[in-house]
Design a protein around this ligand. Structure first.
Ligand SMILES: Nc1nc2c(ncn2[C@@H]2O[C@H](COP(=O)(O)OP(=O)(O)OP(=O)(O)O)[C@@H](O)[C@H]2O)c(=O)[nH]1
Ligand SMILES: [Mg+2]
Length: 419
């Protein structure tokens, strides 16, 4: 990885293709990632290509870039696309500055945002896995050279040696993570054992996931205008109406998230797979809303969430002008809100309640006033749809996640809801 301390001035290289419309948000997103690393883009150079060449750009274009980098005295060149290992090596060898492509930019962002031991280990594993995929191209010439002048014995080439060292390091890091993970699994299991509905908040980075969890749970998770502010899964108890639920904040997604990062953070996203409901939140103010929704859904499928019901939350409607507001379709599967102004929040709460209730099993309970504990237990362990009282008892219609689990079954009545 490049030394992030020393980089300040950078040249940004934007690659476009003939006939392909460019989303302005894509460039904004890249700038946002760069800004988050404390790097200053002093110039942007755009190339429009018919198709990518073997080294992405022609030799004249690379020379042009090298001259520009020298003239501007930049310390880094950022290329706004994923480079193959061969292309990356070619740029490094010819530009005279360190090079960062989109994969490295995202990896660096995760590295700079990792605050806990667990997140740091996951990022390190992702970095080493990524480097492993790049290794053959990075050692290619050296192997032939060394073999030729007889620097090494028969057997191990530089590539094999470095590959072995990387694999050993990944193994060691995974061992360290496993020790932490054991504790994590215990936490996750005890959450599983509490028979409360689980609601996972998922979505594109910076959509407002942590803000939503904070608002519903009254918590103080870090929420800021920064990509990948959250790298750790966090669970908070929240009350939706009278019902207590477990709300889970998760790591955000981005287009073309490097595979090594997705692999390394996969187990933190398992919480979403075990959820009863996914609150998929998206920033409704960006130009590529639909694309972002699709990107997130694709990752959700990749991590095995296809069976979990989803409620789409279109956030930041305070940033929309009237015509864009009117264009939001009224739908049972989505809710439009502003977490900043609170607009749409009570309707969102209702939707969450409804979505949970329709997913769960129904139960009808009669609990005497003398047993307030059982009454409280019912609220802890099920979604109460309706409650009324007679002279002696509470009568409750509830839906339960795991029928009978943790519930005072002696008060349960067979049959349908009372109304
Ligand atoms: N204008 C506006 N800003 C919002 C709204 N909701 C959240 N934000 C802002 O959006 C930024 C990102 O919010 P977060 O809650 O950190 O987003 P996140 O999805 O958790 O982001 P990551 O953890 O980085 O993936 C913060 O600066 C919030 O204050 C909203 O309804 N309107
Ligand atoms: Mg967050």
């Amino acid at each position: 990885m490049t030394d992030r301390e020393s980089m300040t001035a950078a040249l940004l290289v934007s690659i476009r293709y003939h006939g392909v419309a460019v989303e302005s948000d894509r460039m904004d997103e890249t700038r946002e990632l760069i800004r988050g690393l404390g790097i200053n883009v002093v110039e942007t150079k755009s190339f429009t290509l018919r198709e990518p060449l073997r080294f992405l750009l022609g030799s004249g274009q690379v020379t042009e870039l090298r001259d520009l980098a020298q003239a501007l005295r930049v310390e880094l060149t950022v290329v706004d696309t994923e480079l193959t290992a061969l292309q990356y090596r070619h740029f490094v060898d010819n530009l005279g500055t360190p090079v960062m492509d989109r994969d490295r930019l995202i990896l660096e962002t995760f590295a700079s945002q990792a605050k806990t031991a667990e997140a740091r280990l996951r990022v390190q594993i992702a970095e080493r896995m990524y480097e492993l995929t790049q290794l053959r191209a990075m050692t290619a010439g050296y192997d032939q050279q060394a073999g030729h002048i007889g620097m090494r014995g028969p057997g191990e080439t530089l590539f094999e040696k470095r590959r072995r060292a990387k694999r050993d390091e990944i193994h060691r890091l995974k061992e360290q993570l496993r020790c932490l993970d054991t504790r994590y699994a215990v936490k996750a299991r005890s959450r599983q054992e509490v028979h409360l509905p689980k609601v996972a908040v998922v979505g594109y980075t910076n959509a407002g996931k942590s803000t939503l969890v904070n608002l519903l749970a009254g918590s103080t998770l870090l929420a800021e205008d920064k990509l990948f502010a959250t790298l750790d899964t966090a669970a908070r108890l929240a009350r939706i109406g009278q019902q207590v639920v477990i709300l889970i904040d998760t790591v955000g997604f981005i287009q073309k998230l490097p595979t090594s990062l997705l692999d390394s953070f996969r187990s933190t996203l398992e919480e979403a797979r075990n959820a009863d409901l996914l609150l998929h939140i998206v920033d409704a103010g960006v130009a590529d809303v639909t694309e972002r929704i699709e990107i997130v859904r694709k990752v959700l499928t990749q991590i095995g969430c296809e069976g979990v019901p989803e409620l789409l939350v279109l956030n930041k409607i305070d940033t929309l002008d009237e015509s864009r507001r009117r264009a939001i379709p009224a739908s049972a599967e989505s809710a439009a809100v502003s977490l900043t102004t609170g607009e749409g929040m009570s309707s969102l709460r209702d939707r969450i309640h409804l979505a949970l209730a329709s997913r769960l099993e129904k139960g009808h309970y009669v609990i005497p006033f003398s047993n307030a504990g059982a009454h409280a237990e019912l609220y802890r362990s099920s979604v109460v749809v309706q409650e009324r009282a007679t002279d002696f008892s509470w009568i409750l219609d509830v839906t339960e996640k795991a029928p009978g689990a943790g519930l005072p079954s002696r008060y349960r009545r067979r049959g349908r809801f009372s109304s």
